[in-house]
Design a protein around this ligand. Structure first.
Ligand SMILES: [Zn+2]
Length: 263
C-alpha cells in the first residue's frame, strides 16, 4: 500500500518525496542523512502540542499532510496552515527545543522523515545554503499563515472552502481528497451543518462532488477562479521565494520542474 513511498534508489532515495530535502545539494544532504529517521504517522497523530518543546522536525513525504492548528480553551480548533511534501513542521521558524506555539496534527496518514531539531540547528549553523533554504521556506509558511488571518476576516466561506480544497489538492497531487465533512468544518472553524450547505452549493455549481469521506475537485480551473485571491497569492509567493512551483495540474512540482511527484 505504501509502494509510492518506497525509496526509488538506494543512494538518493532517502531524500525523495519531500521537496525541501530534495532541493538540498550533496554537501547539505551529507549533513542530515545520518540523522534522518523514516517512520509512518497515522491520521490524528499529534506531532507536538502548544507549549511543548519541539524535539523533532518532521518532513512529510509524498501525500502525508500535517495541519498546524490553534486550539481554543473550549476545545475548538482552527487550522492555521497545512503542510505537505513541500515543507516541514517543527523548528522551522525558530530553532528546535523551544516551546511550540501551535499544535501539529497529521491529517493524511503516510510516511515521514524525522530529524532531531538540534541536528537541524547545527546543520543550519554549518551551511549557509541549507540555512537559506529553510529561511525561505519559513517565509512561505509565514505567508500562508498571514494570508489566512486576512482571509478568515474578510472572505466568504464558499471562497475560503475552495481555497482550502485547492491547497489540499496541491499537497496531495490528486483531485480526490480524503476529507470528511467533520474534518473540513473543523479546519474552517464552522459548524458541520453550515458546511453541508456550503458544499451543496459548490456541488450544484459543478465544482466538486461530495461522497462519504471524500471530496473531489471536478473543475480545477473554475474552482481557482471561484476561490478567493488568497489561494493564488500564497502560491505565487511560494513560487517566487522557494522556487518550488505548482504545475498546471495544481500539483506541486520540485525545484527541478522536469521531475514530477504525483506519480
Ligand atoms: Zn481568502
Amino acid at each position: 500500500m505504501n509502494a509510492p513511498d518506497e525509496p526509488r534508489s538506494p543512494e538518493g532515495g532517502l531524500f525523495e518525496g519531500n521537496l525541501l530535502l530534495e532541493a538540498l545539494d550533496t554537501n547539505d544532504r551529507a549533513l542530515l542523512a545520518p540523522y534522518l529517521e523514516r517512520g509512518h504517522r497515522a491520521r490524528g497523530t499529534v506531532l507536538f502540542r502548544a507549549g511543548e518543546d519541539v524535539s523533532h522536525v518532521t518532513f512529510p513525504l509524498n501525500q502525508t499532510t500535517v495541519t498546524l492548528v490553534s486550539r481554543m480553551r473550549d476545545g475548538r480548533m482552527v487550522e492555521t496552515a497545512t503542510v505537505g511534501h513541500e515543507g516541514a513542521v517543527g523548528g522551522v521558524v525558530s530553532n528546535g527545543y523551544l516551546p511550540a506555539f501551535s499544535e501539529a496534527v497529521v491529517q493524511v496518514s503516510g510516511s515521514v522523515l524525522r530529524l532531531d531539531a538540534e541536528r537541524l540547528t547545527r546543520a543550519r549553523a554549518a551551511s549557509p545554503s541549507l540555512r537559506d533554504l529553510f529561511v525561505r521556506y519559513a517565509d512561505c509558511l509565514l505567508a500562508q499563515v498571514l494570508q489566512s488571518v486576512a482571509c478568515n476576516a474578510v472572505h466568504p466561506i464558499e471562497e475560503r472552502c475552495l481555497r482550502w480544497l485547492l491547497t489540499f489538492q496541491d499537497r496531495l497531487g490528486t483531485p480526490v481528497l480524503p476529507v470528511t465533512q467533520e474534518m473540513l468544518a473543523e479546519m474552517l472553524g464552522v459548524r458541520r451543518t453550515y458546511l453541508t450547505g456550503v458544499l451543496g452549493a459548490l456541488q450544484r455549481r459543478g465544482l466538486i462532488s461530495v461522497r462519504r469521506g471524500q471530496i473531489t475537485i471536478l473543475d480545477r480551473a473554475v474552482a481557482e477562479q471561484s476561490a478567493c485571491e488568497c489561494y493564488g497569492k500564497v502560491r505565487h509567493h511560494f513560487r517566487t521565494v522557494l522556487g518550488a512551483v505548482y504545475a498546471e495540474s495544481g500539483a506541486i512540482v520540485a525545484v527541478d520542474p522536469t521531475r514530477r511527484h504525483d506519480d
